[in-house]
Design a protein around this ligand. Sequence first.
Ligand code: GAP
Length: 537
Amino acid sequence: MSEPKVNVQMEKIVALCKRRGFIFQSSEIYGGINGFWDYGPLGAELKRNVKDFWWRAMTQRDDVVGLDASIIMHPRVWEASGHTTTFNDPMVDCLLTKKRFRADQIEPMSGDAYFWSGARDEQTGREIREPYSALIPTGKHADSARKLARHFYQQRGLSEPALLEERMEAVVDSTRYNPENGSLVTEPRQFNLMLKTWVGPVQSDEDVAYLRPETAQAIFAQFKTILEVSRQKVPFGICQIGKAFRNEINPRNFTFRSREFEQMELEFFIKPDDVAQAELGAPPEPCDLATPLPNWGWKEWLHYWVEERVKWYEAIGLGRDTLELYWQKREELAHYARACVDIQFKFPFGAQELEGIAARGDYDLARHQEFSGKSMEYFDEEARARYIPHVIEPSAGVDRTVLALICQAYAEDEVPDEKGKPEARVLMRFHPRIAPVKVGVFPLLKNRPELVKKAREVRQRLRPHLAVFYDEAGAIGRRYRRQDEAGTPFGVTIDFDTLGESGPALKDTVTVRDRDTTKQDRVKIDELLPLLLEKVS
Ligand code: GAP
């Protein structure tokens, strides 16, 4: 029963995103292209705010430096990382509609499965010996399965197929059928998710290159260079924000699973446990995980980064109650990973991953050392030891974070209109820190030049410091609603009191309206900027 509600909520969110210009289909005038999205004026600001806040959180610490690497790298990078051989999803196609599914995402279904060995054309006598099967709900008349089968053999050239050697079997939890129509699907085939291109004028196998499927590998490949130029010492991290591309079989849930998306990744290099703990031994359990210690091993660092990242989400308005931590089970881990924690957000379509935080051992650097022939070893002067650093990797998605913020912000309530009558409104309760527009500036009336002049002055004062939207069109209530829907946390109105018409006490004051409570406070224009800056920082 919850399914329709979920869809209704997501439909409203998707509609608002399009209507207000947050996010819409790429190349829409040509019908769009599946798995690719564009961010409009509000979406672009929101996304930039998320990336800027992440970048500052990472680089405004002594032990993390940044990188902005190219999207296309030497193809050997992807051999070393294992992507050319193992970055695959199992894929199946519906035998009837040709629709493609990820085999591991097909919902198991039970019912009556009908099988045929082939069919004969009643007019021409031509036979096709190709087996087919269809699944229908238990007890439903066999004719609905036969209809699918006839359709299947018609597509293969028989105009009036008579079905051959029919048999029926009850099946339980089968993933061999298309959940949308019950037709058999093909056997699963492995499908590599990397998008290929060619570099240079020749399109031969030697010129193949890949659009990176993750930003992480550039960090590993440049580890030695960055170590030298930044003069960092292990433990330290390298972070990067950038585009990644995956030829996902089934892009879905709006931007959640896209084919082009952005990642925010940190590779944090640590000492192997035996080096970190050679002198001091392991830290006591439980230990304070807020302040790093020299003898922390990978487990302490992993917990530390999980907490840091959860605090970061809290700071942009995704409270702990909206998140879930999922510790991957041993059998779910990549073969090189020691542990991996998914930070999930409770989307309307279920709790789903925003970020994975993995303890990857020395796998990545060791592989690049092996494939490039260049040493990735680090000489630790303090410990007098040479080793390949181990890695803790917090890897987050920009687009998923933006989608989570949009889902979390979307709200409907009722507020009194100008005559005091309750009126329904849609608002986006973005945290002021990441809201695309921070403040709306409104002269009370458009046709009073003194109000307009003053309002423009206020806009000019705020604009160098804050994203401001100036609006003088329409009734003030409507202007507030428009900004509520854009998620603008504050509205500043210039009225007759501002001009001193009620006496000198209120001259050069404005009202500041809070989006969520709709409460208005009077503030001196001179105090406006510091007040707003404090609220949005
Ligand atoms: N370097 C590790 C790595 O790439 P991942 O779990 O495959 O790990 C990390 O990706 C994050 O990138 C995910 O948690 C998610 O936020 C984002 N991401 C991955 N695939 C995505 C897709 N198809 N669409 C949108 N975001 C995606």
